[in-house]
Design a binder for this molecule. Structure first.
Ligand code: GLA
Length: 395
């Protein structure tokens, strides 16, 4: 919270400094968190289940209304500006970060919502491009800010859908709904069990921060390959559904394929497609089992499921990489580890670890040293807590 207040103060002061005429009385502050996915990877675009948590790494946006229909943006951490008129919202080829905001405002306008001109400044500590959903956080910050400044109500789940559509259609990234959903609807101390088909969700209490910590370890690598590999996985899953439909006509997505049905028909699939589908079918089962394990306080079982998820992402879905495997293997050997796996789309980015609070310092030292020794890269490690989703801050 101390960091949140400091950052809120910083963006507020910058807004008043840059847009001198901004009326300090009318400055609004909004936060939107990054996320970590505890389990349920690549299941969201297969209509399946996920179990992410919003974390205490967030984007803070300060904004004030304007009397015209212009939007003036300043990304403090990048020292970059971007401006446009609400009557003509087009992608910015240079300040590409602004497209996450532009896309959301455009779609809100297209829904007939009274988006107003505004000045806005933002800053954050969600590491960029590290698989902690800095883009979803920026989209959700933009949506909530537009609603607060325009004084209109918009249902959070609707805003989540708008943010995802902005990323798919305006920014051009074919992501699922998980990241925006958890940035919008996360709750302090909880993970969120989401059915990505119906969008029904349930908050699942996490073990207390005094007992266990969520530790995110950043490999510091990002492969250029991630977008193309992501789209390739999506289409391999679709191919799997098309073939399995011949035998299971009622299925619409891999979510509808049970482990028993999969065992019966997997020989009908080309080998690579079969591997991809096997990951999804069993990952969905692991998410449901994880929810039960957390609800009954069986942290050991949850750790076992995290490990099985990583092995499946590594061997069947093939979205891990050398650095992620090294980081996870280091965690499996480290003091205090309950569970560890890669998190997010893969090919770099972060691992997520559930660690006994009393051993967290030793864990961090061990994993950092072991990773640096094997890769020559100094990783960043963030000890996190589950936080609330996007909202206006009353300061
Ligand atoms: C990225 C996407 C999500 C999800 C994950 C993989 O984070 O944005 O929608 O597909 O990858 O689980």
């Amino acid at each position: 919270m101390a960091d949140t207040l400091r950052r809120a103060q910083l963006v507020r002061e910058k807004l008043i400094e840059l847009f001198g005429d901004a009326d300090a009385e009318r400055v609004e502050i909004v936060k939107a968190p990054g996320r970590v996915n505890l389990i349920g990877e690549h299941t969201d675009y297969n209509d399946g289940f996920v179990l992410p948590a919003a974390v205490d790494r967030e984007i803070i946006m300060a904004a004030s209304p304007r009397d015209d229909d212009e939007v003036h943006l300043y990304a403090l951490d990048l020292d970059s500006r971007s401006s446009f008129s609400l009557s003509r919202i087009e992608p910015d080829e240079k300040a590409t970060w602004s497209n996450y905001i532009r896309g959301v405002l455009l779609l809100l306008k297209e829904r007939g919502l009274p988006v107003r001109g505004m000045n806005a400044v933002f800053s954050g500590d969600v590491p960029l491009g590290a698989g902690m959903s800095s883009s979803a956080a920026l989209e959700m910050a933009a949506g909530v800010t537009a609603a607060v400044i325009g004084e209109f109500a918009v249902d959070m789940v609707e805003l989540v859908k708008i943010a995802q559509a902005a990323e798919n259609n305006f920014v051009g990234v074919n992501c699922g709904i998980m990241d925006q959903f958890i940035s919008g609807l996360g709750k302090k101390g909880h993970a969120l069990f989401l059915d990505c088909r119906s969008l029904d969700y349930e908050l699942v209490p996490l073990p207390s921060n005094d007992e266990y910590k969520i530790v995110i370890a950043n490999t510091m690598v990002k492969r250029g390959l991630v977008d193309s590999a992501y789209n390739e996985r999506r289409s391999q899953c679709e191919t799997g559904v098309e073939i399995l439909k011949e035998y299971l006509p009622e299925i619409k997505a891999l979510r509808d394929v049970s482990p028993a049905d999969f065992a019966k028909y997997k020989d009908k699939l080309p080998p690579v497609v079969a591997k991809r589908c096997e990951h999804i079918v069993f990952e969905n089962e692991r998410v449901k089992e994880s929810v039960k394990a957390l609800q009954t306080g069986d942290v050991e079982e949850f750790g076992r499921l995290m490990r099985a998820s990583h092995e499946s992402l590594r061997d069947l879905y093939e979205v891990s990489c050398k650095e992620l495997d090294i980081m996870v293997e280091a965690a499996w050997e480290a003091p205090g580890t309950c569970g560890a796996r890669m998190t997010g789309a893969g090919f770099g980015g972060c691992t997520v670890n559930l660690v006994k609070a009393e051993a967290v310092d030793e864990f961090v030292d061990f994993v950092k040293a072991s990773y640096a020794e094997k890769t020559g890269i100094d990783p960043e490690v963030y000890v996190c807590e589950a936080e609330d989703g996007a909202k206006r801050l009353e300061l």
